[in-house]
Design a protein around this ligand. Structure first.
Ligand SMILES: NC(=O)c1ccc[n+]([C@@H]2O[C@H](COP(=O)([O-])OP(=O)(O)OC[C@H]3O[C@@H](n4cnc5c(N)ncnc54)[C@H](O)[C@@H]3O)[C@@H](O)[C@H]2O)c1
Ligand SMILES: [Zn+2]
Length: 344
């Protein structure tokens, strides 16, 4: 893998592939490390001695205001100053939560991302979106706060549970579906695993695609960055319906991509047969493509109405115009969404 640089409105940061030991070496002075209990168990032996560290409970439950407040207090009581750096060592939950702490503690401090899940390595650690969930919905509190650098240890994936790896693969497929037919062809060779020789190349491709999108539309103003939300309008509503338990982010996105492909077919935007093709690929990858939660139509619609893309003109969806391209569509009728969910 090659290093990459991301340009943003306030500067730039590098993404450097490194072994885990190097990722945790030579950290800035006055570092405060934030991780979760699983990552601490697997990699804590490499955490720098003497660096204050906080291990959050693993899982989405740590992206809450209550946990955030506790972590702010921990920073204050441990002596973190404006010159301190937060180092986020973990998956997307740790990255989002620690990034939001960095964005807001003392009006903002620097932070370094050390993503340890596949999902974080291909997606959440890059692009500067940080945030927390509210009881009303996912990621409803947040900021754009780019990291000062990303140290990317592919090696960390060796301890990632297989179901978490598959969850990250949903986002990998997503990049192919929305932006890159060639990536889909490479993934079509067969299910991917943590020691797959294709993996470094595939992560690199995802990073290059995310770089292109976030550099073009850093603050999600033009609709370009919204493309990354393919599968997420349904996916986030499913996660909420599941109370953030029992359904991983990538699993919800996998189901969401199939439903949203079906919605695109209903609206004559997505070629007929695309949703069943997506379902076949995702199922072969070991991902779910349907859920009984889709039957809770009103609950799903209420959750979607709170989606950040929703406007007074109705629901908005990223829909595929073919495999490898997509379009943001506003004002989608709720009846069409319900019909697409019923066909699951
Ligand atoms: N900011 C963004 O742009 C963005 C983009 C996509 C997703 N997200 C967010 O990311 C989150 C999901 O991320 P995730 O799937 O990484 O979830 P996660 O952080 O909960 O990690 C998944 C699980 O894997 C464990 N884990 C992580 N790395 C490990 C390792 N190397 N060894 C052993 N266990 C390990 C974690 O402890 C956790 O149990 C969601 O909250 C989602 O909203 C944010
Ligand atoms: Zn996602």
């Amino acid at each position: 893998m090659d290093p990459l640089t991301i340009q943003h409105s306030r500067g730039r940061y590098s993404i450097r592939p490194v072994p885990m030991e190097e990722a945790l070496h030579d950290l800035p002075a006055s570092t405060f490390l934030i991780t979760d209990e699983n990552v601490a168990r697997a990699w804590g032996h490499l955490f720098p001695k003497g660096t204050p560290s906080l291990a959050l409970k693993a899982g989405e439950q740590s992206k809450t205001i209550a946990v955030y407040e506790g972590a702010l207090e921990w920073l204050a009581q441990s002596g973190a100053t404006r010159a301190s750096t937060i180092v986020a060592v973990g998956g997307g939950v740790v990255g989002d939560a620690a990034g939001f702490l960095a964005a807001t503690y003392m009006r903002g401090v620097a932070y370094v991302q050390v993503p340890t899940s596949l999902l974080a390595q291909v997606d959440s650690a890059i692009g500067g979106k940080v945030g927390l969930d509210l009881p009303s919905g996912k990621n409803l509190v947040g900021s754009f706060w780019p990291p000062s650098e990303v140290r990317l240890p592919v090696e960390a994936l060796s301890t990632l549970p297989a179901d978490e790896f598959r969850s990250g693969m949903a986002e990998v497929w997503k990049y192919g579906f929305i932006l890159d037919e060639g990536l889909v062809q490479r993934l079509d060779e067969g299910p991917m695993h943590a020691h797959d020789s294709r993996l470094p190349g595939v992560i690199q491709e995802c990073l290059e695609l995310k770089k292109m999108v976030v550099e073009e539309d850093e603050f999600e103003k033009t609709g370009r960055r919204a493309a990354l939300n393919f599968g997420h309008t349904i996916g986030h509503a499913l996660e909420k319906a599941a109370r953030y338990e029992g359904l991983k982010h990538g699993e919800a996105v996998s189901i969401g991509m199939v439903v949203e492909a079906r919605l695109g077919e209903r609206l004559s935007l997505t070629p007929e047969g695309t949703s069943s093709q997506l379902a076949a690929w995702l199922e072969r990858e070991g991902l779910p493509v349907k859920s009984s939660l889709l039957a809770g139509e009103q609950e799903m619609l209420d959750a979607m109405a709170k989606d950040k893309k929703a406007t007074e003109c109705g629901l908005s969806f990223v829909l595929l115009t073919r495999i490898g391209d997509c379009k943001l569509v506003h004002g989608v009728a709720a009846s069409e969404v319900v019909a697409a969910m019923r066909d699951a």
